[in-house]
Design a protein around this ligand. Sequence first.
Ligand SMILES: *Cc1c(COP(=O)(O)O)cnc(C)c1O
Length: 453
Amino acid sequence: MFEDVVAQVGRWSARWLESLSTRPVGVPVDAADVRAGVDDHLPDRGEPVDRVLSDLTRAWEPGLVASAGPRYFGFVTGGALPAAVGAEWLVTAADQNAATYVMSPAAAVIEDVAAAWVLDLLRLPDDAALGFVTGAQMANVTCLAAARRSLLAARGWDDGADGLAGAPVPTVLVGDQAHATLTQALRLLGLGSARAVRVAVDDQGRMRADALADRLDGVDGPVLVCAQAGNVATGACDPLDAIADLLSDRTESWLHVDGAFGLWAAAAPARQHLVAGAERADSWAVDAHKWLNVPYDCAMAVVRDPAALTGALTTSAAYLPLGDLDPSARTPENSRRARAVPVYAALRSLGRDGVADLVERCCALASQAALELGRHDRVRILNDVVLNQVLVRADGVDARDLAAAVQRDGTCWVGTTVWDGEPAVRFSVSNWSTTPADVTRSTTRILELLDAL
Ligand SMILES: *Cc1c(COP(=O)(O)O)cnc(C)c1O
């Protein structure tokens, strides 16, 4: 029974994974067309497994995007390393509940090891607490929940018991280019998104330390500063050392770093300087499914003071006592998949050098793309390409039209953003399998399409 299922799924998966580098990347399809292929009749009687799976793989294929392939440069999208794909399957097959040590000692122990490796590679304090969550969105929520609890506890307020009404709520300061998920975290935690003080940024989208100093000047009570490592448009990182300096003589402060992809710069010796000072923060959000190239969904919430994290998140019930060993004491979830296992496998298959090389290679490929695109006389590269992001505009054409033409063509995939009030094309290199030839093939095609517009 299971042999057949695994063989069937294995055949489809191998074909799909092998085809990623050659198939059209993500040509636009009509949702109605995809829908037409999907059997939407809930059967009264169950159907044989092999038919369910073969219908599924046939029906969803038109709507699949080769976003894990080497020429998908949209958003900040990682692929999936072979070891991580394999480990992800093992997780599904073993179907462990990674909530507590008792439910799965295996999942808990591997999570501990993976956590230690991540802290080591990112050069974060080795006694910090780390929870594996679904994405940087939830990592931001998790870290800021710990921040909220810690800052309020210092004022004698128990937010867990008493909520926020009447609480001495901290002043929240965020860079004007903070990621939308950071704002969402503030909303979900009752800290308010509009209430947050927006700090001016420079031309690369970095929080300006002098502007932060000005904003902090008038603030007496507790402050929560949310910095960023890796702007989604430019890749630029906030000046973390200078920001930490500004907070160093404040007793009631918390520095959070949203480093969804940018914090991985810490793992590459030639890029480490971009995130210098990151280790001085109180909490860090970092994705695994972006630059580490494990399958969705996986990210890490790291908090310097373990008690702040577990204090904010531990739940306990008579039948489900939680201790420090229990993974779910460090995350908002209760039952959860063993999502640290693919991280463990990815890191083992790469090794320390391999992680550094992955980061460095993507950055070099981004520079290559900027160079090749920038040779065209109508193209302007809008950012300093310091990391893996390239921001592009072409004279005489709306960036959205250029991106749409690229998407229709299917050689590669790029998206858009608004930069300085105008549309711009974003080109992000975050995939382990992207080669210099992939970049050249993509930039050549983008420029041909530009000429044709
Ligand atoms: C991608 C990103 C996020 C959100 O991450 P998800 O994994 O999509 O939840 C948050 N912050 C930054 C800076 C990002 O680049």
